[in-house]
Design a protein around this ligand. Structure first.
Ligand code: BEZ
Length: 396
C-alpha cells in the first residue's frame, strides 16, 4: 500500500479526533465564544522576510474586511518566524499544534519548510492552509483532506513559459536556480513545457539556497551564450540576482525569463534592472477587475505599501478560511463540514476567480507579464485555468 493510500479520509478523521481529544463532543470553546486560534508560521527574517510580511498583511486585510472577525468569531494569532529553515520546521509546526493548540495552521513560504508542516498536518489532522510554498508533493503525493493551498505548485507557473519561449523560436535554454524544492521543481515544470514544445535545456546551473554568490555562474552563462536563460529566484535573492545580471552586462544581450517570483515585490529596490523582463505567474499588478482595484486600494491604504502576489495569496487564505467557517457558523470543531465547504469554494480573488482542485490546489489562469516601470504588467494569458497534474495524489 502506498503512503497516500494509507492516509485516507478515515485515517484523517481519526487523527483529527485524537488531536482534538473531543471529536464527538459539542465544542465547549465554541459555546463559550472562545477566539479561533490561528497559527502563522512564516519567514519574518532572511531572504523571504518580505514575503512573510506580505502574506500576513493580506490575511489580516481579509479579516479586517469581514469586520475584524470570521463568521462572528474573534481570532487569536500565534506567530512564529520559521526563518525559511527546514531543519526547524517540524518542531515549529508541532509547537503550534500541540502546545498552542491552534485551530488552523497557516504557512509557509519555503518549500522545504512546507514539507515539515505537511508531516505535522498529516500526523495531527490540524487544518492547514498554505499561502505560498509551492512544494509539488503538498498537493501531490502527500495530499490530504486537511491540507489546502491558496497559491500554486512549483510546476504550475513555470510550465506555461516553456511553450511561450518555444513559440518565439527559442530552442536552447540554460536554467539557473537555488538547489532546493522550489528551484528544482520550477525548472522541471519549465522543462516539461519547453521540451514538449520542441525546446531543450542545454545546461542546468544550481547554487545553494539562499546563496547570492551569482558571479561565477554569470561568467559561465556569458561563455555558454545560450538563446535564453530561465530562472527561479524570489525575495531578496531575486533582487540581488537582477542587479548582478545587469552589472555583468548580460541584460539586453541574453533573454532572461522566469516565474513571476523573479520580479514580484522587488521592483522598488532594483532600479531599472528588471525593466522589460517577462515572467509567468498567476497574478499581475494591473488586472482590470473591480476586485483587484479595491484590493490594491485597501492594501495600499492600510499598509502604505503596494501589494504583490504574496499579499494576494495571504488574502485568499483569509477568504478560504472564512468560507469554511461560514459553513459551520464559526464552529471550528466541525472540521469535516468545513473541509467539504472549502473544497467547493470559488474564490473571488484579486488574481481572478479560482476554484479548488480535487488535490486542494487552485485551478487558475497563468498570466504572461512584463516589467514596465514599477509594474508587473499583464500582457496576456499564457495558460487558461491551469490545474496542477497532482501526481501521486489519490484523493477525490
Ligand atoms: C517556495 O519555496 O516554494 C517558494 C518561495 C518563494 C516564492 C515561491 C516559492
Amino acid at each position: 500500500m502506498s503512503t497516500n493510500q494509507a492516509y485516507d479520509r478515515r485515517e484523517f478523521l481519526k487523527a483529527a479526533a485524537a488531536a482534538a481529544g473531543v471529536a464527538s463532543l459539542p465544542s465547549l470553546a465554541f459555546a463559550q465564544g472562545a477566539k479561533i486560534k490561528i497559527g502563522l508560521m512564516l519567514p519574518y527574517t532572511g531572504t523571504y522576510a518580505q514575503l512573510g510580511v506580505a502574506i500576513t498583511n493580506g490575511f489580516k486585510l481579509a479579516v479586517a474586511e469581514s469586520g475584524g472577525k470570521l463568521s462572528g468569531r474573534e481570532l487569536e494569532y500565534f506567530t512564529v518566524d520559521d526563518e525559511s529553515d527546514p531543519s526547524k520546521a517540524t518542531d515549529n509546526a508541532n509547537k503550534l499544534v500541540t502546545r498552542d493548540k491552534v485551530d488552523v495552521l497557516i504557512g509557509t513560504v519555503h518549500s522545504g519548510v512546507e514539507m515539515g508542516i505537511v508531516k505535522i498536518a498529516r500526523e495531527t489532522g490540524v487544518l492547514h492552509i498554505n499561502p505560498n510554498a509551492g512544494a509539488d508533493a503538498a498537493t501531490g503525493a502527500l495530499c490530504a483532506p486537511n491540507i489546502f493551498r491558496t497559491s500554486f505548485t512549483n510546476w504550475q507557473p513555470a510550465y506555461p513559459m516553456g511553450k511561450v519561449l518555444a513559440d518565439r523560436g527559442i530552442k536552447k535554454v540554460v536554467t539557473l536556480t537555488w538547489n532546493y524544492g522550489a528551484g528544482t521543481e520550477s525548472i522541471n515544470g519549465f522543462k516539461e513545457g519547453f521540451t514538449k514544445a520542441g525546446g531543450s535545456v542545454v545546461k542546468e546551473l544550481l547554487l545553494p539556497f539562499p546563496s547570492v554568490e551569482f558571479q561565477p555562474l554569470l561568467t559561465e552563462i556569458a561563455s555558454l551564450k545560450p538563446q535564453a536563460v530561465f530562472v527561479f529566484f524570489a525575495g531578496g535573492g531575486a533582487a540581488k540576482f537582477l542587479k548582478d545580471w545587469q552589472a555583468a552586462g548580460l541584460k539586453g544581450k541574453i533573454g532572461l525569463y522566469g516565474t513571476g517570483f523573479l520580479t514580484d515585490g522587488i521592483l522598488e529596490s532594483v532600479g531599472d534592472a528588471a525593466e522589460g523582463i517577462e515572467t509567468t505567474l498567476h497574478y499581475g499588478d494591473g488586472i482590470e477587475t473591480p476586485k483587484n482595484k479595491t484590493f490594491r486600494l485597501n492594501y495600499a491604504k492600510t499598509y502604505k505599501l503596494q501589494p504583490d502576489v504574496y499579499a494576494v495569496q495571504g488574502y485568499d487564505a483569509g477568504l478560504l478560511l472564512a468560507a469554511g467557517l461560514n459553513a459551520v457558523k464559526g464552529d471550528v470543531s466541525k472540521k469535516k463540514e468545513m473541509i467539504a465547504a472549502m473544497e467547493k469554494v470559488k474564490i473571488d480573488s484579486p488574481r481572478g476567480a479560482w476554484t479548488m482542485s480535487k488535490a486542494h490546489n487552485p485551478i487558475q489562469d497563468i498570466y504572461l507579464r512584463k516589467v514596465v516601470g514599477k509594474e508587473n504588467r499583464v500582457m496576456g494569458v499564457a495558460h487558461k485555468a491551469l490545474a496542477d497534474p497532482a501526481r501521486g495524489c489519490k484523493m477525490g
